[in-house]
Design a protein around this ligand. Structure first.
Ligand code: SAH
Length: 369
């Protein structure tokens, strides 16, 4: 008889019984990007037939307006003749394809831009290559640190939410690392691990209550600090668009999505998409500490409207038939409707210190905290 492969659930039980416990961030890394089992290592999770749909998949206008934004930033940088246009976690390559369409009108920009994609998934790299085949020749990297040194404009949609996040839980009168471990019945549960003090930057002004949770994303902080070092040598601008929150407060935002539904985050590793809401307040603090300038945080609807969503929609509608018009309208509405993606999703830019704050953002005001 063939030996049976241990199922992924048994794997989790095995890992937990061997290690005793793993932190939330280690659990996210195991589920999302670990070799062999990671969710983003296999398959195509994005789109109607996958687990979730992202803004560039909802409407071409999203990527086109980001195309407008990157051209504005390039002008603000003094039109460098060679620069990196990078995307972190490009999914199916749709956003970059739309950026390319929008920037066609500016050949000087297109000539100067070298496209770099940071992607861990082999199958998504293939999808990206196919989508972009006729518009550019991207170079792929496994991690951000591998990007060559040059002036850089970097975009990241729904990338930061996938970075492993640590959680701290307040219990009794102390903070603990939140971990996953086996209970008395050998079932994995989230619980308080060892005593650990959360970084002071993420502590709210008010005191915690029993069970309150704080979130800290070390991978995001490291990435911003890496941009900080690069920003001292060459101009850099990063645009983050993602679901998230912009206040220092308690809350557990760890979520799992499968086939367009929320499910229990404790799942066989690799079978569902795990993420947390992006802690924009923490990113802003990290940016300042890294010697960069963060902008204000705008809700997605304000960001897209200010970049000309309505004008672009009208323009596309004039050349469309009735069915296409309905689809264009629905897609654009989904991006900006506060009950859909307009308000939970937010945009923030982080730039090297000497660059002017890119429109439509205002310079970050300390009062927002
Ligand atoms: N930006 C795309 C896809 C979002 S899904 C869109 O908006 O449609 C998250 C993307 O980030 C996927 O492409 C995934 O493979 C990639 N990714 C997740 N974690 C990563 C990591 N640690 N390093 C590099 N890429 C990662």
């Amino acid at each position: 008889m063939d030996e049976m492969k241990p199922s992924a659930v048994d794997n989790l039980t095995k890992i937990l019984s061997e290690k005793g416990s793993i932190s939330v961030a280690d659990y996210m890394a195991l589920c999302l990007t670990a070799g062999g089992v990671g969710y983003y290592r296999n398959g195509n999770p994005i789109g109607a037939s996958g687990d979730f749909v992202t803004a560039p998949e909802v409407s071409q206008i999203f990527g086109e307006l980001i195309g407008v934004w990157v051209m504005i930033v390039w002008e603000g940088m003094g039109r460098p003749q060679n620069f990196i246009l990078a995307e972190l976690g490009p999914g199916r390559g749709t956003l970059m394809q739309d950026v390319m369409r929008a920037t066609r009108a500016k050949p000087e920009f297109r000539q100067a831009a070298h496209i770099h994609l940071v992607e861990t998934s082999t199958s998504l790299r293939e999808a990206q290559g196919k989508t972009l085949r006729s518009v550019c020749r991207p170079e792929w990297h496994e991690s951000f640190t591998a990007l060559p040194e040059a002036p850089a404009i970097i975009v990241a949609n729904e990338f930061f939410d996938a970075l492993p996040t640590e959680q701290y839980v307040f219990h009794g009168d102390s903070w603990y690392k939140r971990v996953l471990m086996l209970d008395d019945n050998d079932r994995p549960v989230f619980t308080a691990g060892r005593l650990a003090v959360p970084p002071v930057e993420i502590l709210p002004d008010h005191l915690p209550n029993e069970g309150d949770i704080l979130e800290h994303c070390p991978a995001a902080v490291d990435l911003v600090s890496e941009i900080g070092s690069r920003g001292k040598r060459a101009p850099c601008a990063l645009l983050i668009t993602d679901y998230g929150y912009d206040n220092r407060d308690f809350g557990d935002t760890l979520q799992a999505v499968s086939a367009h539904n929320y499910v229990d985050p404790i799942q066989p590793p690799g079978t569902v998409d795990l993420s947390t809401h992006v802690n924009f307040a923490e990113l802003r603090t990290s940016a300042r500490e890294a010697g960069l300038t963060p902008t204000s945080v705008l809700p997605q609807n304000e960001f897209l409207m200010a970049l000309g969503l309505e004008q672009r929609l009208r323009r596309l509608m004039t050349n469309a038939d009735e069915e296409q018009r309905a689809a264009l309208f629905l897609g654009a509405r989904r991006l900006v409707d506060p009950f859909q993606m307009g308000s939970l999703f937010k945009a923030m830019a982080i730039t090297s210190a000497h660059l002017p704050p890119p429109p439509p953002f205002s310079p970050e005001s300390r009062a927002i905290q």
